[in-house]
Ligand binder design. Structure first.
Ligand code: NAP
Ligand code: SF4
Length: 680
């Protein structure tokens, strides 16, 4: 089953998405679920108030059902030491204000019960068999029969604790390679007792858990089971086993089947921007055809159009979105009010949500600095409207202007170029990063809505900026030109010239600099221009009928033909790509490896001439016979205007790349812009 959305077949309305649905004993007001996501808010000061504010904001935005981050039913299943758990009735009761806050906004709330199995970052972790996960340093202890029976009871106890605290139900997490999923497949279940071997035995643990929760919590308590609809690992479950499990889970008493895609150790990207929107929809569709309870689609669904199309085509009954609710808590409300073009779309970058979580920070959002920081921002108009000038129409400038406009200030934005977007326009040229166009659309529409005056092709002079209450310099960055002999050779181009299409690279290319931009440029250069979303499945060895074991049709790391021969270089020793985000860096590194890109570290640049790029590596001279040499060697700030203003006695605030070019990315640019506008 294959669906591509284009302007012609885009749904004109969201009638199905906004229609109510009965799930067990409950009525959901529409088909949108806020999917489970660990936020780390529980580790902050005043954790209950912060979580209540966070979830209530999403409920106010009209999601039908909120599913919390995972709570472990015992100490062995903790995501990490001191992680959230639900095994203590008294402690769980403290969560009641969160449920009350969500209910007050008209949504339902379920707690996710998550036993992380062999992914638990705790020494006493357990699994069906003692096989260490490639992403964990702890070897799990094999569960005994008694451990299994105890754990089934603990799932029921945790669910009863949730019920007593006011939750409407639980989601039993059984996908992504966590404990229940580890029981269902041969890959991690080598047992020979009644919990391993045959399919019936491997499914028994999950089924008994659902039965136990239903028995303990009664008929009105919502039970969602998150089934692995595609494991994306070798010897994962084939379609017929997934369907058999789904049917038995229904018979055991579950009210709804949510779906998960890919284990955490899978080598196929599942949620990051290289994954086409809606890529996984055929996986829940397989399940939906075999059960009568509602089935939920998840992963890489980030627009109401895609969500509506999945529902109307019959691939799923509901849509779960987690990151899109960080990006815009009012996603559903805006769709209902005919304001879908005001939705701040999740661009699947993972930069401020998953990458923050992995580095033990609170989950945030690149495009929405308010996410998880709801209590730090005001949304009411400023007491006095000020005259604000913003110079520069890149991410930082647009974020400042849009926020200041929304707070009631009179804003003028000056942009020297003939279009808005700055570095976002370049970023969006990289494969899969066209999601940045949504960010551009969001800020443009927000500025238009709040009457920001945009002056394109206008290089602001000091005279233009006189008389404003606030002047903001967001003039951004320019590519750094390294001091290499021959850098002015005609075969040299900057990353900006390549990504903007001003210069077309030859067949053999050397990329100087292995930071985020060097990797993006390399991927841009090796990706065939006619590559479509469909080739994602071939590139990563995914069986798009979701029938084969683990839904794999080949080796996800098998080589694929690249459009050019590319070598990426850096001066420092060590693995190139270390600065890339945790949750996307491995995808980029593997994608480049698959396309045959060569990586050289510890080089020194000698000169550039007709023969190509001359370097020293391991004390030996080498020539990279490149047709094109692309400079991805960082950026320099553009600050001329600030210096001129200082001379005129006009005080300005610098933000984004103009303030600090190193480590600049859209995350810092947008955050600085929005936070500055809040101070006017
Ligand atoms: P970057 O990450 O700082 O990388 C700059 C690269 O240029 C480094 O590899 C550096 O390596 C090299 N370099 C620096 N000065 C040089 C010189 N004078 N001569 C030769 N080489 C030099 O910066 P970026 O790639 O321009 O990215 C800018 C920002 O955007 C970063 O914060 C980055 O994280 C972010 N970004 C991230 C992603 C992503 O995560 N996917 C994508 C795009 C951008 P050596 O000094 O070792 O040679
Ligand atoms: Fe989406 Fe990126 Fe925001 Fe995460 S940080 S929610 S991936 S836009």
């Amino acid at each position: 089953m294959e669906h591509q959305l284009n302007a012609e077949n885009m749904p004109a309305n969201y009638d199905t998405l906004l229609s109510p649905l009965r799930v067990g004993a409950h009525e959901l007001r529409n088909r949108v679920i806020m999917g489970s996501m660990h936020t780390r808010l529980e580790s902050q000061s005043d954790p209950i108030a912060k979580q209540a504010a966070f979830y209530a904001e999403r409920a106010r935005g009209e999601v039908a059902l909120v599913i919390t981050g995972g709570f472990s039913p015992n100490s062995e299943g903790l995501l990490e030491k001191d992680g959230p758990r639900m095994d203590d009735a008294k402690e769980t009761l403290k969560l009641r204000p969160i449920c009350d806050a969500v209910h007050a906004e008209g949504a339902l709330i379920c707690a996710q019960i998550l036993h992380t199995g062999r992914y638990a970052k705790v020494e006493n972790c357990v699994a069906p068999s003692p096989i260490r996960a490639p992403i964990n340093r702890f070897v799990p202890r094999e569960m005994t029969g008694d451990d299994i029976l105890r754990t089934i009871k603990e799932f029921a106890t945790a669910s009863a604790n949730a019920q007593a605290a006011g939750f409407d139900g639980v989601e039993i997490m059984a996908s992504e390679g966590y404990l229940l999923n580890e029981f269902t497949v041969h890959h991690t279940n080598k047992r020979t007792d009644e919990w391993g071997g045959s399919m019936e035995n491997r499914h028994r643990f999950s089924i008994e858990i659902v039965r136990a929760v239903r028995e303990r919590c009664g008929p009105d308590f919502m039970i969602i089971y998150r089934i692995s609809a595609a494991d994306l690992i070798e010897t994962g479950a084939p379609k017929e086993e997934i369907i058999a499990l789904a049917q038995q889970i229904e018979a055991a008493g579950a009210d709804m089947l949510n779906t998960g895609i890919g284990w955490h150790e899978a080598r196929v990207p599942t949620i990051a921007y290289p994954v086409p929107r809606g890529a996984w929809r055929a996986a829940p569709a397989n399940i939906k055809q075999a059960v009568s309870i509602p089935v939920v689609a998840s992963n890489r669904i980030n627009t109401p159009e895609m969500a509506e199309d999945i529902l109307t085509s019959g691939d799923a009954d509901l849509i779960s979105m987690a990151r899109p609710m960080l990006a815009d808590p009012h996603f559903v409300r805006k769709a209902r009010e005919g304001r879908a073009d005001e939705i701040n779309t999740c661009i699947a970058c993972n930069q401020a949500c998953l990458d923050y979580i992995f580095s033990e920070r609170v989950a945030g959002c690149l495009v929405n600095p308010r996410a998880s920081h709801e209590t730090e921002f005001r949304n009411t108009p400023a007491e006095a409207s000020k005259r604000v000038a913003v110079v520069g129409g890149g991410a930082a400038g647009m974020a400042t202007a849009a926020e200041a406009g929304a707070l009631g200030h009179e804003v003028t934005l000056f942009e020297a170029g003939d279009k808005l977007g700055g570095q976002l326009n370049l970023a969006s040229a990289a494969p899969g990063k066209d999601e940045f166009d949504e960010t551009l659309r969001f800020f443009k529409n927000k500025m238009a809505k709040h009457a920001v005056t945009v002056k394109l092709s206008t290089r602001a002079s000091t005279d233009d900026l006189a008389g404003f209450d606030h002047v903001v310099i967001a003039t951004g960055v320019t590519p750094r030109i390294p001091e290499i002999s021959g850098v002015d050779h005609p075969k040299v181009a900057t990353y900006a010239q390549i990504l903007s299409g001003e210069v077309t690279a030859g067949k053999t290319v050397a990329v100087i600099g292995a930071g985020g931009i060097g990797f993006d440029v390399a991927e841009y250069l090796v990706t065939p221009t006619d590559e479509t979303g469909d080739s994602f499945f071939e590139t990563w060895g995914v069986d798009r009928s979701f029938t084969a074991p683990g839904a794999l049709s080949g080796d996800p790391l098998a080589p694929v033909a690249g459009a050019r021969d590319v070598t990426v270089l850096q001066r420092k020793p060590g693995k190139p790509g270390k600065s890339l985000g945790v949750s996307t860096g491995w995808i980029l590194r593997n994608a480049l490896r698959k396309h045959g890109v060569e990586m050289l570290a510890g080089v020194s640049y000698e000169r550039i001439d007709d023969a190509g790029l001359h370097i020293m590596l391991d004390g030996k001279p080498q020539v990279i016979a490149a047709d094109t040499i692309v400079l991805c060697s960082g950026q320099e700030p553009v600050r001329d205007l600030n210096e001129a203003l200082a001379g005129q006695g006009i005080t300005a605030t610098m933000i984004g790349g103009a303030k600090e070019a190193s480590e600049l990315d859209a995350l810092r640019a947008i955050s600085e812009g929005v936070r500055l506008a809040q101070t006017f």
